[in-house]
Write a protein that binds this ligand. Sequence first.
Ligand SMILES: [Fe+2]
Length: 207
Amino acid sequence: MLEHTTHDKLFSTPLLRYRVADHATLNAALLEEGARLRTASPGVDKSNRLGWHSAGNLFEETAAPFETLRQVAEEAVLDATRRVKAKTDPASLRLKIFAWMNANPPGGFNAPHTHPGAHWSGVYYVSQPEVETGNSGMIEFLDPRSDLPNWRLLGAPAFRGKKKLRPAPGEMILFPSYLVHWVYPNEADDERVSIAFNATFRKRREE
Ligand SMILES: [Fe+2]
């Protein structure tokens, strides 16, 4: 009597993960350059609670490791844009990437926020202290759909409403900038260091 015909998944939210090969050398160099910037600048207060958030665009720094990471971020953003089947070739657009470094000491975390105005937001993990259990240093994404609590009773994975993960050093994650996210307090004894960025496409001006 009843025949199932289709099951569409509307309005999905992409979360992409990448791994940088041979990241140990890059990460050591990023930590060193980050420490150098930190002695020169008190940083700024954004979503960070405790910790240090670098001022200005890290990808405009001339130090080689920042330039390397900028190229990696650009490659990831172009790849992700193709994977979501963009009709416009992203390489034909102007791409602006603004990056900053987050250093979370023990107890440090980032309050829930979005990155309005960009297309993709990303995080590259430079140092992620090992912890046995718990949520220490995990990033958590909150479902942008409204009225989800009503669905909790059914326990369907598609309506869980939250997704947390603890990427390893050398991993880069990308997600749409409108997605609310936050970072659990660092319960390790060591600092957690990441480099976050916003990537925005604009039409190329006619030359
Ligand atoms: Fe963020």
